[in-house]
Design a binder for this molecule. Structure first.
Ligand SMILES: C[S@@+](CC[C@H](N)C(=O)[O-])C[C@H]1O[C@@H](n2cnc3c(N)ncnc32)[C@H](O)[C@@H]1O
Length: 432
């Protein structure tokens, strides 16, 4: 199918819609903004309502062909009545996804299916993770294609990598926290598993749970770093998920584990079904424990970076995952010493260390990117905790000094509970 109309045609479409409105002198039947920026055969996903989402949808409409919107668009439900792959993957989600989840978690992720919980993203909902749909939209705007390699040097739960894999793009994820590397690997490998493995994960889950709960440290047969066994590691992640969950709720890990593992299997099964129906070719993702300030990656080798650093000291990522890290055999205090945002005796020292680290990270990102390519940084303003310093402004200033040009800046309001920040900024930095 084709497709691509010229940008001029598309914008003259907006002009004609705008003229129609200004001529209408009535409040009756006023058009929606989406019907002004998009022809009616392009239907947006049900919850696309924020300004930044409309902006990104409009860019996708301009940069992608109709076929590409169907195969990899992030904000569209259908084109000419043909449902998009994104819509189908999200709609096929297992109803078990919310089983056993607390009301707080449910409402935190209440945009659910269409933004955060589809494919394997819902296996361990890591605090501070990207909205996967946003990442897919950014990959599209950057025109990342098969054969390119994208990088997240602080990959957390691997959201960029999973999104890249779903649309057949190869990626690298680097993280300081070994627990994050485990969860990212499970999410990635689960995208590729054979359906026949799932019944055996369920069948052996009780036996494996007994081994895990009766040990105070990860048993040898569950080690995952060199040799990755999806059956064992999926159960291990569900166990560690239940462990964290038990710490936040009044329920015991014994009670929580069965529903967590059931939810994991339901979610993986739903994705595998869709993978088959849509004949998806899953990209490769390589994850490594590493330091974003000193990347083990060749100069000028990466086609795009999409990343979100800690927003200064807004979240203590090491403390949040202390029980899981200790179970995996890591010393949390030692780890903290290497993590951005967590070092310093007082606020002033912490902030100075944070900016010094961010400068190193930006320099490394510049070094590994190919010339002309983009590093996209998503960062919250966080001026309450920093005594008025706006992180997005400071990071942009540092990036410009290193040699980046800033081409685009999109504001995204932060929703959800207990946030100290109102907005996040999406900075598009080009290596010149
Ligand atoms: C905002 S989170 C990223 C979340 C991720 N985008 C996702 O979707 O899950 C920031 C991450 O930076 C990691 N981090 C902190 N210091 C680091 C360092 N020196 N090198 C690599 N990663 C680091 C933290 O462990 C945390 O997972």
């Amino acid at each position: 199918m084709d497709n691509r109309r010229t940008y001029t045609n598309r914008t003259s479409y907006i002009d004609s819609s705008y003229n129609q409105i200004t001529k209408t002198n009535s409040l009756l039947n006023l058009p929606k903004i989406s019907s002004i920026i998009l022809p009616k055969e392009f239907e947006l996903l049900p919850n696309t309502s924020e300004v930044f989402e409309l902006e990104l949808a409009f860019y996708e409409y301009n940069f992608l062909t109709k076929d590409e919107i169907i195969h990899r668009g992030a904000f569209f439900k259908s084109v000419e009545g043909i449902p998009t792959y994104h819509y189908l993957i999200c709609s096929n989600n297992s109803p078990l996804i919310w089983e056993g989840r607390s009301q707080i978690t449910r409402s935190y992720f209440k945009e659910g299916n269409f933004s955060t919980g589809y494919a394997t993203h819902g296996l361990f909902p890591y605090r501070g993770k990207f909205h996967p749909q946003l990442i897919k939209g950014i990959l599209n705007i950057l025109k990342i294609k098969s054969g390119d390699t994208v990088l997240d040097p602080m990959c957390g739960s691997g959201t960029l990598n999973i999104e890249a894999s779903i649309i057949g793009i190869n990626s690298i994820g680097i993280e300081k926290s070994p627990f994050c590397v485990l969860m990212s690997k499970v999410k990635q490998e689960a995208l590729k598993v054979d359906n026949t493995i799932l019944p055996s994960i369920i069948k052996n889950s009780e036996k494996n749970y007994d081994i895990l709960i009766n040990s105070n440290k990860i048993p040898k047969e569950f080690s995952y770093y060199d040799e990755f066994k999806i059956e064992k590691t999926t159960t291990l992640l569900a166990f560690l998920d239940a462990m964290g969950y038990a710490r936040r709720s009044s329920k015991s890990i014994d009670v929580l584990f069965p529903s967590v593992i059931k939810r994991y299997i339901g979610q993986i099964k739903s994705f595998i079904e869709m993978r088959g129906k849509l004949n998806l070719k899953i990209g490769n993702a390589k994850f490594e424990i590493g330091d974003a300030r000193n990347l083990n990656i060749a100069d000028n080798s990466i086609d795009a970076i999409i990343t979100s650093p800690p927003y200064s000291f807004a979240i203590d990522y090491a403390e949040n995952d202390r029980p899981q890290l200790e179970y995996l055999g890591y010393n949390v205090s030692k780890l903290k010493g290497k993590m951005v945002g967590l070092n310093g005796k007082n606020k002033k020292e912490k902030l100075a260390n944070y900016f010094e680290d961010m400068n190193k990270i930006l320099s490394e990102m510049y070094r590994v990117l190919k010339k002309g390519k983009y590093a996209v940084i998503i960062i919250g303003s966080n001026d309450v905790q920093t005594g008025g310093i706006r992180l997005e402004t400071k990071v942009e200033e540092m990036a410009l000094k290193i040699g980046f040009a800033r081409d685009q800046k999109i504001v995204k309001p932060i929703k959800g509970i207990q946030n100290t920040m109102k907005d996040e900024y999406i900075l598009f930095l080009r290596k010149v």
